[in-house]
Ligand binder design. Sequence first.
Ligand code: CTP
Ligand code: MG
Length: 230
Amino acid sequence: PPFWVVIPAAGIGSRMRADRPKQYLQLAGRSILEHTLDCFLDHPQLKGLVLCLAADDPFWPALPGASDPRIQRVDGGGERADSVLNGLLHLRELGAQEGDWVLVHDAARPNLARTDLDLLLAELANDPVGGLLAVPARDTLKRAGADGRVQETVDRSVIWQAYTPQMFHFAALHRALADALVAGVAVTDEASALEWAGLSPRLIEGRADNLKITRPEDLEWLRQRWVLKT
Ligand code: CTP
Ligand code: MG
């Protein structure tokens, strides 16, 4: 189905401890953010893409892709959910309709495979709610106590890691995010806002290598992988 994309890229990457926000670190000769944008820009079903950036971001204008007319820049907000909400407001100006599909994808996930994107779109095309790419938990899971000791082993079979893209209808996502933020609910991904609104997003199993770059070793891992790919 046709879809809109919102890319939250207004974070500072504190856990990365680099000299700039992680989306501007280099991966195989280009910034992470450019790789991420590439996952969507040439998709035949793309209706438009909104990129949420820090208002004073000095790095984006220096990139070759900054003048690409397919990319609409908006200001991000204090938390990821605020950034996404700003992006959605701009989508409305671009003409997004209530029932249109919107995909939200972290700027810090440059390794989204086209096959996973198309799987998500195909699996959810007729879904009443929408859903997200996710990966089943692999390791044995422990619940920890405050003393740093194991309290118990958690049933792994029902635990998934939430990835992105997350795909929802424009109006439902906008309402859920806005209401959840007003209510002061912790919203770390789009699905959690819809869950809070009483809906059950579908989990679509994706590739584990669509990981979010959070810490330096994530980027090291991806750099090694890119060498093998190319
Ligand atoms: N993000 C955003 N606006 C914010 C915070 C985060 O658009 N106010 C974006 C980040 O740029 C990132 C994505 O949301 O692409 C996922 O967030 P995260 O991995 O937490 O990135 P950062 O917040 O930048 O990193 P950290 O939490 O380590 O500071
Ligand atoms: Mg963060």
